[in-house]
Each structure stands twice: as structure tokens, then as C-alpha cells.
Design a binder for this molecule. Structure first.
Ligand code: NAD
Length: 539
């Protein structure tokens, strides 16, 4: 594909107008390039949705919209393609994933530029996205046979009952993904679904359709049949709902509120779903923590992608003895961050993605300020840097009556709390309804691992914020409580897209009296066998 994106380092400025109606305006992306990407959509509504870049509000593209009939058509195509794909040998599917790994790394500048243009995030955070996709593709490319291959289990009669377990693809998986990591979250679950023999019908978020479509383009280059991965565009409830009505399994990433709706829709149809939802993630800095390391980690934990990261930290609990020294370092590092709205490397943080995000962040901060919070860093919007910029913000004195105490802000805003003893810290970290990710900083790894077992979080990172678990692809990732259902990554992440089928082959004996035996004698024989098998320690 020939890409023509403004080179990295350029501000990609094109003015505020919409090129559809304003002859002086132009797109920040070549329309031909956007056209190649949107050609992957099943979208015949005859309407388009305008997308603008949060870097500078420049127009990016008009995205053709789908109808509910398009969703039905996408499923019909996907089902036909899936029947062949399920018969494609697993090693062939694995090879496609290894090729995808190489393609993602080869196209990294193009991918990063597009992610930045659509989300506004700093280049290093866009880079994180593609690295995680490459890791996922390589991981399943190397391990799918281990997770999905036929497995032998114990049969009831030793030596005479053979049990094989097959993992059968679900069929067509619906993937509904959000805007915050648009390339990554559009692809990583689908890679696992494909390698397990499924087809995909995806609905990426309306704001970030192009990054997701670039992923589809690369999948095709990696040898994935065109019809196997369908993409539709449109309103969340209407088009997302139409996916839930047709899919054999739904994989959803987004807010807890929408996750509940999806779960209800899946319950009505008795199909499975995995839900990767929100969080209000805690970090614990223990008295023996390496303070420089903890402060560096806290900056990444709180402000990566402007805090629009499901596993980022919004609450930091710090041991009394080191509180002041930690805060001094954390605030100094935050004040030194480079903020910017350009495509090049060097910025530590970009703008938020939209006015809606800016409004939520501003509301949460203003509400807390009105109720007496102390702002130690940031606390204000920066329209001089870009339309949706908000400074990285650290506060202390956040109390339960403030909105941001328990509600996810999903922005560059973090609250600091002192603790006196670790049991109290754990209990406060566990308060609230979420349970996605947590972090512990301590130089005593064994003690931190012991404490981790008491945290209600699906992942716990020790001396790291989130990357250690998230990048360890063999480790399952997902939320407890209101943060989700099911796990992505690892064996769990690929097996969720399969049905388990048990095949038992019985030899010689049968399950009933034989050779003229009465029912009673048969029961006595079974009884004796049960006692014998227990003595032999047979499960
Ligand atoms: P959202 O729930 O509003 O939207 C997510 C997706 O769902 C979008 O594609 C949207 O169009 C679609 N959608 C909306 N309503 C729908 C409906 N009724 N039926 C079907 N689909 C519907 O979430 P968001 O605000 O875009 O994303 C931010 C949230 O996602 C945050 O809460 C964040 O914590 C969470 N998130 C979680 C993870 C994770 O892995 N746990 C990762 C990223 C984001």
C-alpha cells in the first residue's frame, strides 16, 4: 500500500475547515490513502462520519458508515470464509501471525503516524501499541499448537477408555473496541481468535477507525483471507448491538457501563463474552521502595497516553515514612515532562482525544478543587498546546465526596494518599468496585508478592506500573469485579475463542452388564473397582 502521511516531526497543520465543504481546506491524510483503508469496510449507508485529529483539529477523513444490513452481510461473508479457515492447518495459521509480526515492525513509522494523527498521543506511546501487537502475533505464532493442540485426559477405565480433547473454533467472533489504543485493541484479541480458527467481525470506535483498518490491511498482507476479517462502522448501540445479535462470541473492550449492556445481550443469546473494562487502579509505594524508580514508574503509570489507559494508575498510596521524599521526586519529574502536539519523538505526553474527554477530566479536577483538594502539579487545561490538552495533574487530600475518589477519570490525573500500615493500604486499595491492575514498589520482592495475593486486581506489577504483566504475553490479563470477565493473553486468551469437545473411545468393556451378568452383580463389580482405583490413587 502506498502511504502518504505527513512526515514525522511535522505538525500536520491543514487548517480548521472541512474539505468536503470548504475549498480552502485540505486533509491531514491523503484522501487516496484513507480510501485504501476504508475500502475494507462493509459500509453502504451512503453517509460518512468526519474524523479530525486531536493534535490540531485538522480534518483526517470521512468514514463511510454501515447499516444493520451491512453487519448481516459482514457476518455472512465471515461465516463462509471461516469454514475454510477452520480447516487450514494450525501451522499455516501460526505462520501468518509470524509474518504479521514482521509486517508490523516493517511498517512502524506509518502505523505510529496514523495512531498519533487519530489519537493525539505521544509518539512513544503509539510505539508501545505496535510493539504489543508484534509481541502478540509472535506469541500466538509460536505457541498456538501448545494451547490448541489435541490433548489426552484420563479415561474412566484405565487403559480401556481413551479421552481426547479437541478445541473447536467458536465460529465468528464479534470484536468491539475503544479509541484509546486503537491499533492494539482492534488487533490483539482478533489475532488470538484467528489463530484458533475463527473469523472476525469488528467494530472499532468511530474516532479511530483508520488505525484499526491499517491493521486489517497488514493482516491481508500476512496472508489472512480477505473475507475472514470484516469491519463495520457506525453508532455503538446500533452497529455494536447488531454484532452482539449475530456473533458466536463477543470480545469487548471499553467502559463498564457498555460492558454490562453487552453481557446482557450475550446472556439473552446464551453466547460467551469476554469483557475488558474500566479501572481505578492503585499503586502502593512501600517504605523500602527505591524512590527514584517508584517516581519514574508513577509518571509512566499515571500519564502514559495522557492517562487514557485502562491499566494506568489513578491512586497512589505511599508509606508515611517516605511520603514527602517520594512526592518531591514525583512532582519534580512531572513538572519536567515535555508536552506537545507534534508527530515527532520527544514529547512525554500529547493531548486528550476529544472534547468529551477534556470535559470529564476538567469536571473531575474542578469538582475536587471546589471541595478542597490540594493540587501539587498541573490542574489546568492547556489550549495553547492543542485543543484538548490537560496538564499532568497530581493532587492530595482527595476525599470520598469528590467524584474522582472512586470514579474512573481516564485522564492525566492522579491522587496521592498516605498510609501508616500495609494492611490499611491494601484495604483502601481494594475499596471501590473495580479490580483491573495494581502495582507495588518495594525492594523486598517476596513480601511484595505476598501482598499481591491480597489485592483484588487481575494483574499486579511489582516495581513496574503495568508493562511487566501486559507485555508478558504468556500471562493472562483482565479484570476482577467490575473491571471485566475473562482474560486476554496466554492460554486463556486463545482458548476463550474455542469450544472444548471431549471425545472418548471405549475399548473391550462396555458400560453395562455383559456375559449374562445381572444388574446387581455388575453393580458389585463396579463397587469393587471403585475401591481398587481409590487404593491405586487413581483420580
Ligand atoms: P465505550 O464503552 O463507550 O465504547 C467502547 C466501544 O463500544 C466503542 O467501539 C463503542 O462504539 C462501542 N459501544 C458503545 N455503546 C455500545 C453498545 N450499546 N453496544 C455495543 N457497542 C457499544 O468505552 P470508551 O469510552 O470508548 O473507552 C474507554 C473505556 O474503556 C474506559 O473505561 C477504559 O478503562 C476502558 N478500557 C478498558 C481496557 C481493558 O483492557 N480493560 C482497555 C482499554 C479501555
Amino acid at each position: 500500500m502506498s502511504a502518504s502521511i505527513p512526515p514525522a516531526g511535522d505538525p500536520a497543520l491543514t487548517g480548521p475547515g472541512d474539505p468536503e465543504h470548504d475549498p480552502r481546506a485540505s486533509y491531514a491524510l491523503e484522501p487516496e490513502y484513507a480510501g485504501v483503508l476504508t475500502s475494507h469496510l462493509v459500509a453502504t449507508a451512503g453517509t460518512t462520519a468526519a474524523v479530525r485529529s486531536p493534535l490540531n483539529d485538522a480534518p483526517l477523513a470521512h468514514i463511510p458508515q454501515s447499516t444493520v444490513q451491512d453487519v448481516a452481510e459482514a457476518f455472512a461473508r465471515a461465516r463462509r470464509a471461516q469454514a475454510d479457515w477452520a480447516r487450514t492447518p494450525l501451522p499455516v495459521r501460526e505462520r501468518a501471525m509470524l509474518l504479521l509480526h514482521d509486517l508490523v515492525l516493517r511498517h512502524q513509522d506509518e502505523i505510529i503516524d496514523l495512531i498519533q494523527l487519530e489519537t493525539g498521543k505521544a509518539r512513544k506511546h503509539a510505539f508501545d501499541e505496535l510493539v504489543h501487537v508484534a509481541l502478540t502475533a509472535r506469541y500466538y505464532g509460536r505457541t498456538a499448537r501448545r494451547h490448541l493442540g489435541r490433548e489426552r485426559r484420563l479415561g474412566v477405565v484405565p487403559g480401556l477408555t481413551r479421552v481426547d480433547i479437541n478445541r473447536v473454533p467458536k465460529g465468528v467472533v464479534g470484536i468491539i473496541s475503544p479509541w484509546n489504543y486503537p491499533f492494539n485493541l482492534a488487533l490483539i484479541d482478533g489475532i488470538a481468535a484467528l489463530v484458533a480458527g475463527n473469523a472476525v467481525v469488528a467494530k472499532p470506535d468511530a474516532q479511530t477507525m483508520l488505525s484499526a483498518l491499517l491493521g486489517v490491511e497488514l493482516l491481508e498482507q500476512a496472508g489472512i483471507p480477505r473475507d475472514l476479517w470484516q469491519v463495520v462502522a457506525g453508532d455503538g448501540a446500533e452497529i455494536g448491538g447488531a454484532i452482539v445479535e449475530r456473533a458466536d462470541y463477543v470480545c469487548f473492550t471499553g467502559s463498564t457501563a457498555t460492558g454490562r449492556l453487552i453481557a446482557r445481550g450475550c446472556a439473552d443469546r446464551l453466547i460467551g463474552c469476554s469483557l475488558e473494562l474500566g479501572g481505578k487502579n492503585p499503586m502502593l509505594v512501600l517504605r523500602d521502595a527505591d524512590l527514584e524508580r517508584a517516581a519514574e514508574g508513577a509518571v509512566r503509570a499515571s500519564f502514559s497516553n495522557s492517562g487514557q489507559l485502562c491499566v494506568s494508575m489513578e491512586r497512589i498510596f505511599v508509606a508515611d515514612q517516605i511520603y514527602d521524599r517520594f512526592v518531591e521526586r514525583f512532582v519534580a519529574r512531572t513538572d519536567a515532562m515535555t508536552l506537545g502536539s507534534t508527530l515527532g519523538w520527544g514529547n512525554d505526553m500529547g493531548p486528550l482525544i476529544s472534547q468529551q474527554q477534556l470535559d470529564t477530566v476538567t469536571d473531575h479536577v474542578d469538582d475536587a478543587v471546589r471541595k478542597g483538594v490540594r493540587v501539587l502539579a498541573g490542574g489546568i487545561g492547556r489550549p495553547d498546546l492543542g485543543p484538548y490538552f490537560f496538564e499532568p495533574t497530581i493532587r492530595e487530600g482527595v476525599s470520598p465526596e469528590m467524584t474522582c475518589f472512586g470514579k474512573e477519570t481516564f485522564g492525566p490525573v492522579v491522587s496521592l494518599y498516605r498510609f501508616h500500615d500495609e494492611a490499611d493500604a491494601i484495604s483502601r486499595a481494594n475499596s471501590g468496585e473495580y479490580g483491573l491492575n495494581a502495582s507495588i514498589y518495594s525492594q523486598d520482592g517476596a513480601r511484595a508478592r505476598f501482598l499481591a495475593r491480597h489485592l483484588k486486581a487481575g494483574t499486579v506489577n511489582i516495581n513496574e506500573a503495568f508493562a511487566a504483566t501486559f507485555a508478558s504475553l504468556d500471562a493472562p490479563m483482565g479484570g476482577m469485579r467490575q473491571s471485566g470477565l475473562g482474560r486476554r493473553q496466554g492460554a486463556e486468551g486463545v482458548r476463550r475463542f474455542t469450544e472444548t469437545q471431549a471425545v472418548a473411545t471405549q475399548r473391550l468393556t462396555r458400560f453395562g452388564p455383559q456375559f449374562g451378568m445381572s444388574d446387581e452383580s455388575y453393580a458389585e463389580l463396579l463397587d469393587a473397582n471403585l475401591h481398587l482405583l481409590k487404593k491405586l490413587r487413581r483420580a
